[in-house]
Design a protein around this ligand. Structure first.
Ligand code: SAH
Ligand code: SF4
Ligand code: F3S
Length: 477
């Protein structure tokens, strides 16, 4: 059987459970993995019915890794009690913690780094057939080693030949424009586990978006760890991210073009102008500052100052109508003083983010910060600062969302609201609580028939809280 241009043959058909941790890169990888497995004749299932459990893992904070160790601990007990199970660790932790996994987790049968996903099906097959070595491993080269060009070619094939109907939503899909990261923020593990930055050529990106849109996925989100650093060079010319938006925007029936996550340094004027001029590019920018203090930004190796970040936000406000911002912050980075912390709180107020993610600093082995700086902010202080930033964010989030009351927004309906997911639909199928997203990425809640799922509709906003808009249907578009 041939799958995605890669040869896959199976002697055994298995029930496979795949659990995903981490960011949008892992979510897309999991979609592609599940499809490779399905094409191979396997069945995706829940954990109770599985012959194979796969964890697509994240290493960005220790907490993310501990969750996976606890899943593996549970599987080890089940295996010890006689359950026949293949356990696989895929993704960033497979690259970062393979030595620990080998030592601590004898129940793990296979380990597959993020740059080796095209080999995963073969690893599962080998593990199922009980071949040779007990542990089956496919690893990426380290940052100091030459890149594995054949692996990069095969991985590109997996993206290029993906089945557009496999995207979990009928109206939305992710498209990768770049891999890896070269920024080396001092706290961050990503450049070590995802390898060097590599931008895909524009043409296969175009073909992929077109194929997905033709399959009904009219909202496309371009993804990369620093998506706006995209730069494809050929000879003397370079296609940068603003050019890529211009290239993709005219695709017929592409109603919304989004992108995450942006790095402040590479957010140039052409991107802002593309956002202003191209009607389907959504006015939403997730541009994490990490801190509002120059001392912290320098220690984090973020390569911009607070003043430069403010200038970017002001330019975006001036150029892109109705622009909406989201941010990430790290609290308790080594040496963070109360004054540094207050600068972050002040930045949240100044920028008026729609939402912010706040993380307590977690030292990652091998990073510059972990090697050189003592993790000297006590856990209780980190917790307190985390809560303080979240409280400030709640305030500005409320003001931001309230400013939409009385306005009408276009919403792509994603389905029943989370409340309806938890409880059975309250009334008839003609009226239930639905949820959708505005062009600015606001969560919008309203009542309507379930059949509106995956459609665009205009909602008049009547109320708001710090994270959500509430409204009433105006018309179907
Ligand atoms: N590429 C994105 C984000 C990558 S990781 C960017 O550069 O903006 C997602 C978020 O996790 C980061 O924005 C940062 O806020 C947080 N993060 C990364 N490493 C961390 C660490 N060691 N401790 C705590 N938070 C971390
Ligand atoms: Fe990590 Fe910095 Fe790269 Fe983002 S830009 S992935 S925070 S190293
Ligand atoms: Fe985590 Fe890997 Fe993404 S470390 S944040 S899953 S790139």
């Amino acid at each position: 059987m041939v799958c995605s241009g890669l040869r896959v043959e199976f002697s055994l058909l298995m029930n496979i459970y795949l659990e995903t941790f981490g960011c949008q890169m892992n979510r897309l990888d999991s979609e592609l993995i599940a499809e490779l497995l399905r094409v191979g004749g396997h069945t995706m299932t829940d954990s109770a019915a599985a012959d194979v459990v796969l964890y697509n893992t994240c290493s960005v904070r220790d907490h993310a890794e501990q969750k996976v160790y606890s899943r593996i601990g549970r599987d080890a007990k089940a295996k010890a009690a006689g359950r026949k199970l293949i356990v696989g660790v895929v993704g960033c932790m497979a690259q970062r913690a393979k030595a620990d996994l080998r030592r601590r987790c004898p129940c793990v049968d296979l380990i597959c780094s993020p740059g080796q996903l095209h080999r995963l099906v073969g690893l599962i097959e080998a593990a199922a057939a009980g071949k040779a070595a007990k542990l089956h491993i496919a690893s990426d080269p380290g940052r100091a080693e030459p890149p594995d060009q054949e692996a990069q070619r095969l991985l590109e094939e997996v993206d290029r030949t993906r089945n557009p109907l496999a995207a979990p939503s009928a109206s939305q899909a992710f498209v990768r424009v770049m891999r890896g990261c070269n920024k080396f923020c001092s706290y961050c593990i990503v450049p070590f586990v995802r390898g060097a930055e590599h931008s895909r050529p524009p043409q296969p990106i175009y073909e992929e978006v077109k194929k997905l849109v033709e399959a009904g996925r009219s909202e496309i989100t371009l993804i990369g760890q620093t998506v706006n650093s995209y730069c494809y060079r050929q000879g003397d010319s370079a296609v940068r991210f603003g050019d890529l938006l211009e290239f993709l925007s005219p695709i017929a029936d592409l109603r919304r073009l989004r992108f995450v996550t942006s790095h402040p340094v590479d957010f140039d004027r052409p991107i802002l102008e593309a956002m202003r001029d191209l009607p389907n590019v959504c006015p939403y920018i997730h541009v994490p500052p990490q801190s509002g203090s120059d001392a912290m930004l320098a220690a984090m190796n973020r390569k911009y100052t607070r003043g430069e970040y403010d200038t970017l936000i002001d330019a975006a406000r001036e150029i892109v109508p109705d622009v909406v911002f989201a941010g990430d912050f790290i609290v308790g980075f080594p040496g963070e003083t109360e004054e540094d912390h207050l600068a972050s709180a002040e930045l949240i107020r100044r920028t008026s983010y729609k939402n912010s993610f706040v993380f307590k600093y977690s030292p990652r082995p091998g990073t510059q910060a972990a090697k050189k700086l003592a993790d000297d902010v006590p856990e209780a202080v980190k917790k307190h600062r985390n809560n303080e930033l979240l409280a400030v964010q709640r305030e500005v989030g409320l003001a931001h969302h309230r400013s939409y009351v009385g306005r009408s927004v276009e919403v792509l309906v994603t389905g029943p609201s989370r409340r309806c997911d938890k409880q059975p639909a309250p009334a008839t199928a003609d009226s239930m609580q639905l949820m959708g997203r505005s062009r600015g990425d606001h969560i919008v809640i309203f009542d309507g028939p379930r059949s509106l799922t995956d459609q665009y509709i205009t909602i008049k906003i009547t109320d708001a809280n710090d994270l959500t808009l509430f409204g009433e249907m105006e018309e179907l578009q």
